[in-house]
Ligand binder design. Structure first.
Ligand SMILES: [Fe+2]
Length: 258
């Protein structure tokens, strides 16, 4: 695993140093007064990305015509049960059972139908089932943390899952990610795939997290935070969160690949 980022004197970078950089960039952003709603690729507090973020424009592919119009996945490819991350193993996963649902819409609020939505996330203890995640939190044998579904005629997706825990990462010393669920929206061809993260309201780690803060505009950051919705919550079963994804336009959801 990569080691913790260090300062020029060799000492591990502290949260205080990272937070000071986040605040300085935020202040400069406010002074500039130019709205910027997508994540910055070159964002110094996000130490882990400094040597691996893209520095050139993407190579623009010219997909075959059929790829522009044919959905990559249809109802026959995606089973309804794949939207429930709490089933399919030998037992039930540990943690807060929750439903997350919302609409995928275009910039004019029109539903984006039959789109493949994939999610992946840590378990309730903040641990991924991944070779590179070896921090001392338990793996849950009944939770893989992956699921997928297609949006319906009104653009709605819906997952049943376990609320993920925050987890440490090696960006700097004592660095912790706010709890989040990774989302991928496939579009109708590989070159349209969009990836982002959904967060939970009131997370105390927001101000400290260089990935969340790499979206320098507060209103844009807020679009990644789900809303607790008691109408989604179900009696004696699961809490409910709502989170909509806007693909284009002024209220576009920030994505990791612009
Ligand atoms: Fe993650």
């Amino acid at each position: 695993m990569p080691s913790v980022a260090t300062s020029s004197d060799g000492a591990a970078t502290s949260q205080a140093e990272v937070s000071a950089e986040i605040e300085a960039i935020e202040a400069a952003y406010q002074r500039a007064g130019v709205e910027e709603t997508q994540p910055r690729l070159d964002y110094a507090p996000y130490r882990s990305s400094l040597l691996r973020h893209p520095t050139k424009d993407l190579h623009h592919a010219d997909p075959e015509g059929v790829e522009l119009w044919t959905p990559c996945f249809g109802p026959r490819d995606v089973g309804a049960l794949e939207a429930d991350l709490t089933i399919g193993q030998r037992g039930e996963p540990i943690g807060e059972r929750m439903v997350v649902t919302g609409r995928v819409v275009d910039g004019d609020g029109r539903p984006v139908r039959r789109q493949l939505v994939e999610i992946w996330q840590a378990n309730a203890a903040g641990r991924y089932i991944h070779q590179r995640d070896q921090h001392p939190a338990p793996v849950d044998p009944n939770f893989t943390g992956t699921g997928r579904c297609l949006t319906d005629d009104d653009g709605y997706y819906r997952f049943t899952t376990i609320k993920p825990g925050p987890y440490p990462w090696k960006n700097h010393r004592n660095a912790w990610r706010p709890a989040h669920i990774h989302f991928s929206l496939f579009g109708t061809e590989f070159t349209q795939r969009m990836i982002t993260q959904m967060y939970f309201p009131g997370d105390p780690l927001f101000a400290l997290d260089p990935i969340y803060q790499a979206i320098t505009d507060r209103k844009a950051r807020d679009r990644l935070v789900a809303t607790y919705d008691h109408d989604v919550t179900t009696h004696e079963w699961a809490t409910g969160y709502r989170w909509d994804v806007v693909l284009t336009g002024a209220s576009r959801t920030p994505m990791e690949d612009s």
